[in-house]
Design a binder for this molecule. Structure first.
Ligand SMILES: C[C@H](O)[C@H](O)[C@H]1CNC2=NC(N)=NC(=O)C2=N1
Length: 102
């Protein structure tokens, strides 16, 4: 797994690809890979967060997130490199999979 900080053009390319594969909702906000997920209710939101938490712990790569009821706002960055790395894009993809199965 690559740990280096991605260059601006690499971030744009990976973001395009992520949005092509998914819902087009990922953006760069505060220099972090960001998306606001909306679920049916709190139970679904928390189910999603539980799956993400188990995966994040396994990977040693954790999201910044903010939850109110059925909304989970995500911001991904890699502290080690002070920027966005492939780890953030991998976690984002995994989150899309989890969101689609709650
Ligand atoms: C030691 C531990 O693995 C590191 O501090 C991990 C923990 N979780 C992390 N999560 C995120 N998002 N970025 C990191 O750089 C990071 N580092």
């Amino acid at each position: 797994m690559t740990h280096r900080k991605l260059e601006q053009h690499e971030i744009e390319k990976a973001l395009n690809q992520l949005n092509t594969e998914t819902s087009q909702d990922w953006t760069i906000e505060d220099e972090k890979l960001s998306k606001s997920f909306k679920f049916k209710n709190f139970q679904h939101a928390f189910g999603f967060m539980t799956m993400c938490a188990i995966y994040a712990e396994k990977q040693g790569h954790h999201p910044e997130w903010f939850n109110v009821y059925s909304t989970v706002k995500i911001q991904l960055t890699t502290h080690d490199v002070s920027g966005i790395s492939h780890k953030d894009f991998d976690l984002a993809k995994q989150m899309e999979t989890f969101a689609s199965c709650v």
